[in-house]
Design a protein around this ligand. Structure first.
Ligand code: GTP
Ligand code: MG
Length: 301
């Protein structure tokens, strides 16, 4: 039997400053937690694909790390990665949550040599109570700076006005193949998903420099036939002994909370019962060590 229905597809990058809600938007569009989110900047460190399939159309959204002035080698690589994604896509969503400023102007400068449409997405309009005057002010501060293909005030967290954006993206797609099976929602491996879930709980439960000094590596993943559990052991790397102490907490309380919450997410995602063991190790200055960055999967030079 032949299927005469032509398929349409395209890649769409989600870019912007750290903490503007890029990953939240991706999760709302996909309808599941594909990318971890937190109120700390620099939550996302990888490019993460979220696959949206509707009828005969497929959009591969690429969530990127927030663009910012990088200090250490980890963040230099991360920033480079976000910029490189711009060259690989058919459309760009530029997410903002503030009026145009210096950081935004830096990002807009990357769009100058880009041929594909850039859609301006003004997020977190719930924070300004959907105030039309304030929204218009924000829009005005941007539209003279670049020829955006469209402007979308949204609330990613409340799923407000996202359908409008999605419909316009679907309408802009060209004929093309499905790059992923229609049931797929992400390209992340199981181990990356698990280590990210653990990192999210660390981001939630620690402050200041600790969340940024953390890398998580899944060391072992095995199905236990006897207990019918997924046995996962992971190492949380930090840069200093003081960070290790904070992470473990009094009587191991903090690490226990992190483990419990991560386990719930892993159980839900993989529809299984997980036995999760966490270890904390110090790896001095790993954010500036090429071998460590490569090992943790943070890009290549
Ligand atoms: N009020 C409000 N908060 C939002 C909205 N969207 C995201 N947030 C919050 O903003 C914070 C950052 O969200 P993320 O999705 O992690 O932001 P991001 O742009 O992916 O951040 P990086 O990965 O660090 O670049 C989180 O605390 C979210 O809950 C929104 O529409 N309204
Ligand atoms: Mg993110």
């Amino acid at each position: 039997m032949t299927n005469n229905l032509k398929t349409k597809s395209g890649f769409v990058a989600i870019v912007g400053r750290p903490n503007v809600g890029k990953s939240t938007l991706l999760n709302t569009i996909i309808g599941e937690k594909v990318a971890i989110t937190s109120n700390k900047p620099q939550t996302t460190r990888h490019r993460i694909s979220g696959i949206y399939t509707k009828d005969n159309s497929q959009i591969v959204f690429i969530d990127t790390p927030g663009m910012h002035k990088a200090k250490d080698l980890l963040n230099k690589r991360i920033d480079k990665l976000a910029v490189s994604v711009l060259k690989e896509v058919d459309a760009i969503l530029f997410i903002v949550d503030k009026p145009f400023g210096l950081a935004e102007s830096h990002i807009v400068s990357y769009f100058e040599n880009i041929k594909v449409p850039v859609f301006l997405v003004i997020n977190k309009i719930d924070e300004i109570n959907y105030n039309k005057v304030k929204i218009d002010e924000m829009i005005l501060s941007y539209i003279s700076k670049y020829n955006f293909a469209g402007v979308y005030p949204i609330s990613a967290i409340n799923d407000e006005n996202i359908n409008h954006l999605l419909n316009d993206l679907l309408n802009s797609l060209n004929e093309g193949p499905f790059y992923y099976p229609k049931e797929s929602i992400s390209d992340q491996s199981e181990t990356t998903t698990m280590s990210e879930f653990i990192r999210e709980k660390i981001l939630i439960h620690t402050e200041e420099e600790v969340p940024h000094a953390v890398a998580v590596a899944i060391e072992n993943l095995e199905y236990n036939e006897e207990y019918k559990t997924l046995d996962v052991s992971a190492i949380i790397y930090v840069e200093r002994n003081s960070q290790k102490k904070i992470l473990i907490g009094k009587n191991g309380d903090k690490l226990k909370t992190i483990g419990t919450e991560a386990r719930i997410d892993i159980n839900n995602k993989f529809n299984t019962k997980t036995h999760l063991t966490l270890w904390v190790k110090v790896k001095k200055d790993w954010r500036n060590q090429i071998s460590d960055l490569n090992r943790f999967g943070y890009g290549n030079e």
